[in-house]
Design a protein around this ligand. Structure first.
Ligand code: NI
Length: 251
């Protein structure tokens, strides 16, 4: 019986959740109505040079436009995106978020059309009081695509890590999570504009490897429950999940 369960779990793991370390797609974070609203907001928005918020190395390769954090459009789009992510069980399970850096809204096209290969700064200042700053460690990166791939040419998010190099270009409203430790770039947009929302997450579980084990355990438990309902084994494994999380999580 136990062996059968293991076989099922491994089969489910192989077919539904192929081994793609921490490069995880989050489908349908925004609805088509929400995307329409995002588009209205971005059409009127006060875009500015993206180099302003980049560190010294990134500044040499960053060439896009972004919205000031405090403009009305950025605030409204952020709110929609964060509400969408809060509805996503996959986002929570994969990122185990402790802190989120204020999401950036960016645009690639025309003369500001690319972001060359770089690794993001490990720690970002989020705010806080004078003498008591709040930092976000950039464990996980997230890009939410705000327009469809047929609206632009190029503009692929390319992520290189121990699992090789992969290009990502998703439908509007979908998002991707990738490790903060990875070398990544946005290839030049040669037609149209690419619109996206981007942010970092400091995870409760710092290690990519531990986070991935928890994610796989959680997703496979979900599949087991779908196939067999609640059993003694799923209850016990849920306990194992929480005990591992208790062992590894920092809050
Ligand atoms: Ni980056």
């Amino acid at each position: 019986m136990g062996k059968d369960y293991l076989t099922v779990a491994l089969a489910v793991c192989a077919t539904r959740h192929p081994r793609r370390p921490m490069l995880i797609t989050l489908p349908h974070i925004l609805s088509s109505e929400e995307l329409k609203r995002v588009r209205q907001l971005l059409d009127m928005a006060p875009w500015q040079d993206g180099r302003e918020s980049a560190g010294p190395q990134a500044r040499t390769v960053k060439n896009n436009e972004q919205l000031p954090h405090d403009c009305e459009a950025a605030q409204a789009v952020r709110q929609l995106v964060m509400a969408g992510l809060n509805r996503s069980a996959i986002f929570f399970s994969a990122a185990l978020p402790l802190r989120v850096f204020t999401p950036r809204i960016n645009r690639y096209g025309g003369h500001a059309n690319a972001y060359g290969a770089h690794i993001d700064n490990a720690v970002r200042l989020k705010g806080g009081e004078p003498g008591n700053p709040t930092y976000v460690r950039t464990d996980v990166s997230c890009t939410v695509f705000l327009n469809d791939p047929d609206e632009y040419e190029g503009g692929e998010l390319t992520v290189s890590d121990t699992f090789g190099t992969r290009g990502v270009k998703l439908p509007a409203g979908h998002a991707v999570l990738y490790p903060g430790t990875s070398l990544h770039e946005v290839t030049p947009v040669t037609r149209g504009h690419r619109l996206a929302c981007f942010f970092w997450v400091q995870s409760m579980v710092r290690s990519d490897e531990q986070r991935r084990l928890l994610y796989e355990l959680d997703m496979n438990l979900l599949s087991l429950r779908e196939c067999h309902g609640e059993t003694l084994e799923t209850t016990a494994l849920t306990g194992t999940y929480h005990n591992l999380l208790r062992m590894w999580a920092e809050t």
